[in-house]
Write a protein that binds this ligand. Structure first.
Ligand code: ADP
Length: 639
């Protein structure tokens, strides 16, 4: 019986984009299908380790490519893990990746505007695997049977909204995908995927490092067809693998080209673009291991989603053991992709055991250090690359300031910050400290929602006037780490972080201390007792009349608001109201209070002053309508 099933909406859209793709490098479909086949073989081997009753012969695992120039097809077959009917429906019929909807929307826009570059880049971010076959096919067939089960399934689609599913009684175990090639590609000798010579070239270029044998048109008896190379490429067939199968990380560095690293990166990351940076290191002695890691050139699609994938691939002595090995990589480095090959682990090690394993912990420590060093070094070696990295993944890296106490200073060193020093460029903390003038003891910062909002905050005025640089921290994670990381630097050179919106700062010279405000301040402290902890004079203001200042170490107001909106009960935190003694409004208020201490109007002005300070920092008034009423009255009186 044949069922016709609709693709999920996102999958349908993505397929349409693939079919009408202007992605120029269509060869990559083969890389994607071989990559999937290789993963399927890895999975089968792992499963057969864990499940001794699986009853599958794993002695001859391989990928087979069969071309048929008369029928104009290429078939990619593996005898790997295979898929059940339900697997096919969920894995092939739907896309369930975080960030899909957003990326799809961007893709449609790029396609509509005809921007090939952007389209290619976005498709690359998706890492579309199986669907890429529709770039070259007008129809795709797949037969698959899950290892350890009996019945197989046949899947078929022209990529136009629906696919057909039927049962197959005698399907071989594993997956076989037959791509019916579009007629137009046949005209082009270079891209005729039914031509074995073309296929061989592509495999050499993209999939050489795949550790499983890739056979091209193997013969039943395993004989090498004589003279195939020179004479008729259509007959090219032998049972020798066409890939060299060498693990890149086991080859001498000097022998591996950037191209090869890039292809390997694409295989492990499902990204279609080149990596930003490649890292290789080894551990020797008791715990021998090799690591080949990559930094991406753009944030993985799911980087800022809760269910983001993390971890590198774990191999044991060249044998794939585990995908996304979390034990090797802390969450804040979840953008790092690659492989760790350890020598002394058991092949059927579980994720739980890995978390406790001493060798794994040591490798992880080393990996973290190495990644942080690489990022820091990148800034000096290739500022443009560093900027790309920071724009794409910097926010994730800063999460490490909350969770990785051992590496706090290294993370700070690798990070960059917006500051009042330069409106265009970010600064390092080392550069900030080097610029600190005589007398400045702390690294000043302000947190808030956007650069524009914090740059104009009243708190910043006197710091600017005094030539003190202020870091402008506008990522959500900034609010949190500044509360946890006390200082930058080590020993006597450590410089504390200080919020310009918290605590009592003294930026005035002694000669400037204004006098005669005591009465006003104590009266206002009483009058505004419901809203503020204290009213005092400020040295941080130059043009604004007043601002609100929190306690050192207190919760910043934005964070307080965020936590409330998430339903947490937080006691009201009163802050101090600081007045600018040089502002005419404050001067006149002082005079008015001295002349008419009982006047209700003066008290109203005092409360307006508080509300204005709240508005200036982007805060919300408790009673906006009362504020407007009072203000309107005052304005009317001036006209
Ligand atoms: P990706 O490979 O990026 O996950 P694909 O669309 O290529 O995305 O494949 C989706 C899923 O379908 C894979 O994750 C895998 O579980 C399954 N799959 C694809 N090809 C095969 C195959 N040859 N054998 C077994 N499972 C496969």
């Amino acid at each position: 019986m044949t069922e016709t099933i609709e693709f999920q909406a996102e999958a349908r859209q993505l397929l349409q984009l693939m079919i009408h793709s202007i992605y120029s490098d269509k060869d990559v479909f083969l890389r994607e299908l071989i990559s999937n086949a290789s993963d399927a073989l890895d999975k089968l081997r792992m499963e057969s380790y864990r499940d001794k009753d699986l009853g599958v012969d794993t002695s001859d695992l391989h990928v087979e490519l069969r071309t048929d120039s008369a029928a104009r097809t290429i078939t990619i077959a593996d005898n790997g893990i295979g898929m059940s009917r339900d697997d096919v429906v969920t894995l092939i019929g739907t896309i369930a990746k975080s960030g899909t909807a957003e990326t799809l929307a961007k893709l449609r826009e790029a396609q509509a505007s005809g921007s090939e570059e952007v389209t290619a880049e976005l498709i690359g971010q998706f890492g579309i695997g199986f669907y890429s076959s529709f770039m070259v096919a007008d129809r795709v067939e797949m037969t698959t049977r899950r290892a350890g089960t009996d019945g197989g399934v046949h899947w078929e689609s022209a990529g136009e909204g629906t696919y057909e599913l039927s049962e197959v009684a005698d399907a071989p175990q594993g997956t076989s995908i037959t791509v019916h090639l579009k007629a137009e590609d046949a005209e082009d000798n270079l891209h005729d995927y039914a031509d074995p010579a073309v296929v061989k070239r592509i495999v050499k270029r993209y999939s050489d490092f795949i550790t499983w044998p890739i056979l091209l048109n193997p013969t039943a008896d395993g004989a090498v067809v004589e003279g195939a190379e020179e004479e008729d490429s259509e007959q090219e067939a032998s049972n020798e693998p066409i890939n060299s199968r060498k693990a890149l990380w086991a080859r001498p560095r000097s022998e591996v080209s950037d191209e090869e690293y890039a292809e390997f990166y694409r295989h492990v990351s499902h990204d279609w673009q080149e990596p930003l940076e490649t890292m290789r290191f080894t551990g020797e002695g008791t715990f021998e291991y090799q690591a080949l890691l990559f930094l991406p050139a753009h944030a993985p699609m799911d980087l800022y989603y809760r269910d983001a994938k993390r971890g590198v691939q774990l191999y044991v002595k060249r044998v794939f053991v585990m995908e996304d090995c979390e034990a090797l990589v802390p969450e804040y480095l979840r953008f790092v992709k690659g492989v760790v090959d350890a020598q002394d682990l058991s092949l059927n090690v579980s994720r739980e055991i890995l978390q406790q394993d001493r060798q794994i912990q040591l490798i992880r420590k080393r990996l973290v250090k190495r990644v942080l060093q690489t990022i820091t070094a990148l800034r000096g070696e290739d500022a443009e690359k560093y900027d790309t990295f920071w724009r794409e993944c910097g926010r994730a890296l800063k999460e490490g300031l909350l969770s990785d106490q051992d590496n706090t200073q290294a993370i700070l060193e690798a990070s960059s910050f917006a500051s009042t020093h330069d409106p265009e460029k970010l600064t390092t903390l080392a550069d900030y400290v080097a610029r600190m003038p005589e007398g400045q003891e702390s690294i000043y910062y302000v947190t808030g929602e956007s650069r524009a909002a914090v740059e104009n905050s009243p708190h910043i005025e006197a710091f600017r006037a005094k030539g003190y640089e202020v870091l402008l921290l506008t990522d959500q994670v900034d609010e949190v780490w500044v509360g946890m990381v006390p200082s930058y630097g080590a020993g006597d050179d450590a410089k504390p972080f200080a919020s310009i919106a918290q605590g009592d700062v003294d930026l005035a010279d002694d000669a400037e201390k204004p006098e005669g405000f005591d009465d006003l301040l104590s009266w206002m402290t009483t009058t505004l007792a419901d809203d503020v902890s204290e009213v005092r004079l400020s040295t941080r203001l130059t043009t604004s009349p007043a601002c609100l200042v929190g306690e050192v170490g207190g919760l910043p107001p934005q964070l307080e608001q965020m936590m409330r909106s998430m339903g947490q009960e937080i006691p009201v935190q009163k802050r101090a109201l600081e007045l600018n003694p040089k502002h005419p409004l404050v001067e006149n208020l002082k005079a008015a209070h001295e002349a008419r201490p009982e006047d209700a109007g003066v008290a109203e002005t005092a409360s307006l002053l508080h509300d204005m300070a709240l508005l200036a920092e982007g805060g919300e008034l408790k009673e906006p309508s009362a504020f407007v009423g009072k203000l309107a009255q005052r304005l009317a009186a001036t006209l």
